[in-house]
Design a protein around this ligand. Sequence first.
Ligand code: TK8
Length: 336
Amino acid sequence: MRNRFYIITSLALLLVFGLSALGMAKGEYHINIGIGLNDKSAQYKSLVYFKELVEKNSDGRIKIDIYHSSQLGDDREMMEALQLGVQEMTCPSTAPIAPFVNEFKVFDLPFLFPSNEAADYVLDGPVGQKLLDKLADIGIIGLAYWENGYRHLTNSVRPVQSPEDVKGLKIRTMENPIHLAAWRELGANPTPMAFGEVFSAMQQGVVDGQENPWGTIYLQNFYEVQKYATDTGHVYSPFVLMISKKFWDKLPSDLQKVIKDAAIKSKYYNRKLNREMNAEYLEKLKTKMHVTILTPEQRAEFKKAVQPVYEKFADEIGRDLIKEVQQQIEEFQSKK
Ligand code: TK8
């Protein structure tokens, strides 16, 4: 009888200590981050940097696991999981955020930002912050703008030098009405699709082309199923590093600060790395694909062709918001 008592107590103690040791190893708080890109992307590498900062500065109280290549779902599904509190973090482009928070559509306007630096200025300024804050209404905390970058067209049919060449091409776009409208203005036949399906859709000929930054085109092996690329740079895609509000509200404020600080610090890391990688992979792609580099006059043709989109979506986005962003861009340009 006695023996049994001892055995049971020591087993119970073992279990309690064992679990708490496990708990310590795993951290008091556990964050799963999911993204669509693979583990070679600047985004993944920046998340590793973020994870290291958070784990170190929280003294191991927060433990982070990163899942790449849409293992946890596509951008829309992951945002829904954040709302429900069943996934803690993700980092989508602003385009798939727009169906959740309408104002984000402003960043989908083609040829809006004249440079990376102009984008930084607007995103890090009052308008950028105002939009991040709006995410709270849908149960998400926007931590920082990271960078996906300028998007460029690829296709498997022909070299593209003018809007004329785009006519009839079946182009995959992100799930966003402004992107669809812009490609329609160019005479393309656009189809919205989650990122995880893009490679096989191109491989099977369901679509002729897609558009993404150079790093993605190279690192996701898109060049294996796409012959032609053009540096259209038709839109700049910001990423938003975001966290579930349900999870956030449970965190003590010192740990919220650790996460917030790490998000900002890795934002600078991410932008620098992303710009270096996009430049490097453009050069690599030139050895794998037929790459057309547009003259400023040729790019202006594309810009002109998509202009109707601004007026068509002005009311939906909000004329004041568009004006505010444009004023910020002008402010940046005049400071240069
Ligand atoms: C990855 C996406 C991707 C985006 C797209 O989850 O869907 O084309 O550019 O990077 O956010």
